[in-house]
Each structure stands twice: as structure tokens, then as C-alpha cells.
Design a binder for this molecule. Structure first.
Ligand code: ZN
Length: 183
């Protein structure tokens, strides 16, 4: 039987425009996600258009419906960098069936897991089909550790969001102060 051909890794111009708006608003700092959503083209026809978006972590291609482009492109990694891009050239090469369990010794999360008390949970699975399989595998095989990890990631996310809100509030205060000074 012929091997199924992988879908072409193309750049979608629509997604690229949304990413441009994202990068611009990120530079202007303080522009929120709502403004970004307004900058993007609204859905006009009943047909849901899907376009490829690429993970900067794994190179994985995900087909995303238009109304979710902004949300997906706005996702950040813990280090604050954006997780997805429109152009496959900006993402690593995707190695199919090469997703490691998060508890694998070479997992990028290994140091973090050790730090939160999961050093003893080590798994050799390294041929999980996708990030989705990785999640199912983690939930089933390492249910308790998976929950500890999920709680930790949520805590970090909450803290990051609080810090970003504080940053925005500060920026608004500074703008206000500058306006007063000018007047
Ligand atoms: Zn595992």
C-alpha cells in the first residue's frame, strides 16, 4: 500500500496577515487581544476556512478555522515567546511520530518536572504520534503526575497573566502621566 503523503507545508497569506497584526500589537505593547481580533478580517461567508499554523516548538502543523486564528496565534510559551507562526520556514522541521512523553529524560520539560517534585517519574515513550497522543498517554499512564504538572502549568499561567496585566496598567498610568505633563 502506498504511504500516505503528508500535506504540503504552505504559508497561508490570511494567517500571515493576522500574525503581522499580532507582532505589531506586541511591539506597541498594551494593545489587548480584543483590539487584535478587530484588526483581523471577520468571517463573512458560511464556509469555515481553515489554514495551517505551525508550532515553533515541534514544527507540527495544525489546521485552524479562521475564527480561531487570533486565539491560536496569541498563545505564548512560558518564556513569553509566541508558540505559533504562519510560515513553516519560521518553525522547526516536523518529525512525525517523534513526540516524546513529557516525562522522557530528554523532554524539554524535564528540569521543570524535577523541580516540582516529579523527578522519579521517568518514561521512555518517544514515538507518540502527535501532541494529542502525548496528552492521552500522559493522562492515562501518569495520571497523578499529569495532574500535578497541569496544576503547576496553570499556576505559572495565572502568574504570567497577572504580571502582564500589571505591566499594561503601568503602561496606561505612564501614558496618562505623559498626557498630563504635555497639557
Ligand atoms: Zn510516558
Amino acid at each position: 500500500m502506498a504511504k500516505q503523503k503528508a500535506p504540503a507545508r504552505t504559508k497561508d497569506e490570511g494567517v500571515a496577515r493576522v500574525q503581522q497584526a499580532r507582532d505589531l500589537s506586541d511591539q506597541l505593547t498594551g494593545i489587548g487581544r480584543d483590539d487584535l481580533a478587530e484588526m483581523t478580517i471577520q468571517e463573512t461567508s458560511g464556509v469555515v476556512r481553515r489554514a495551517p499554523i505551525y508550532s515553533t516548538e515541534t514544527g507540527e502543523m495544525v489546521m485552524v478555522p479562521r475564527k480561531r486564528w487570533t486565539d491560536v496565534l496569541s498563545i505564548r510559551n512560558l518564556d513569553g515567546k509566541f508558540r505559533f507562526v504562519a510560515d513553516p520556514a519560521d518553525a522547526p522541521e516536523w518529525k512525525e511520530n517523534d513526540v516524546k512523553c513529557v516525562f522522557h529524560p530528554e523532554s524539554p520539560e524535564r528540569a521543570m518536572l524535577d523541580e516540582i517534585g516529579l523527578a522519579s517519574i521517568v518514561c521512555d515513550s518517544e514515538h507518540l504520534g502527535s501532541r494529542y497522543s502525548q496528552r492521552i498517554h500522559g493522562q492515562n499512564r501518569h495520571s497523578t503526575a499529569w495532574k500535578v504538572r497541569a496544576d503547576h502549568l496553570q499556576d505559572v499561567k495565572d502568574a504570567t497573566q497577572a504580571a502582564r496585566m500589571e505591566e499594561q496598567t503601568q503602561a496606561i498610568r505612564e501614558l496618562g502621566a505623559a498626557a498630563v505633563t504635555k497639557a
